[in-house]
Design a binder for this molecule. Sequence first.
Ligand code: GDP
Length: 364
Amino acid sequence: GFKMGIVGLPNVGKSTLFNALTKTAAAQAANFPFCTIEPNVGEVNVPDDRLDKLAAIAGSKEIIPTRMTFVDIAGLVKGASKGEGLGNQFLANIREVDAIAHVLRCFDDGDVTHVEGRVNPVEDAEVIETELMLADLESIEKRLQNIVRKVRGGDKEAVQQERLMRAAQEALEAGRPARTVKVDEEDRKAWNMLQLLTTKKILYVCNVDESDAASGNAYSQAVEKMAAEQGAASVVISAKIEEEISQLDADDMQMFLEELGLKEAGLDRLIRAGYELLHLETYFTVGPKEARAWTIREGTRAPQAAGVIHGDFERGFIRAETIPYDDYIALGGESGAKEAGKMRAEGKTYQVKDGDVLHFLFNA
Ligand code: GDP
């Protein structure tokens, strides 16, 4: 599955947000109880109305949403790359995630201490980014010595690696994150293997007070501007509201949100923003037993999409019977879609589309 790491300075609302995410009624849905993999890792259902509609038509007994993993990466402070705070161990945690949800304090509250003694989310973002850049620089410098030795020894792959490392080093030394380096398509794989922290995509999460949840505030506007300049994403959320509504059932939650002038829970927007940032899509498998959603990267071909369900599905892939979501709904389900000629047989090169209802045929 896909993993988002939650980072941010101390006292910005990370734990509040993480608790809300993982304790929410949706996350604890009966068929997939919230599982604590580790104290700081939680899996969350990805909200998707389409799944309920499909299940209603097919009369599915069970509804199984797709899941996203969140990791609460606490302990990132100024000096983390030098081993301050909880230091390097946490930088290692960040290496494993697909994207970073960077929580920024966008609320004033004299009772909540700010580690820098002032509220300024844009500068906070820079503090964390600087630590990540320093960590990248250090890891590159360490690896470069080794690579240079290999290049001297005539290792062809090492030549490419050295070139990419030097490009990253140059950017980082100039105070630019590694994601600003232009990478050619043929270098993409080797570049990704460097696993640099500052090549991860970032979703800035503006944590605002309850009263600013609907409209945002000057702080969150400053963050949005910064995010736009960096090509990053941003969402406005009130972690406190999310914590409160995580305890409510669906009807009460809707009422509470309406009173605050909100259309949906911030967590739903957060998860959706994570989906967009990572270019993720959902396909469905639907039958009388269960209706289930699965996550893939945009552009994934049918066999690899099948592989998300089980490795055997990918290895023995024959074809995918495919019904687009809209046709499935409009034609009242599988047999209606079939009669209307809207069920297609797709082969190995088919790129699965968001919302496809799929049935895989494979050699066991
Ligand atoms: P962490 O250190 O980043 O995990 O921060 P916490 O989630 O523990 O939050 C630190 C403090 O800020 C707690 O006392 C929270 O109740 C408080 N807090 C979190 N979000 C908000 C908010 O939106 N407004 C206000 N006023 N306080 C908040």
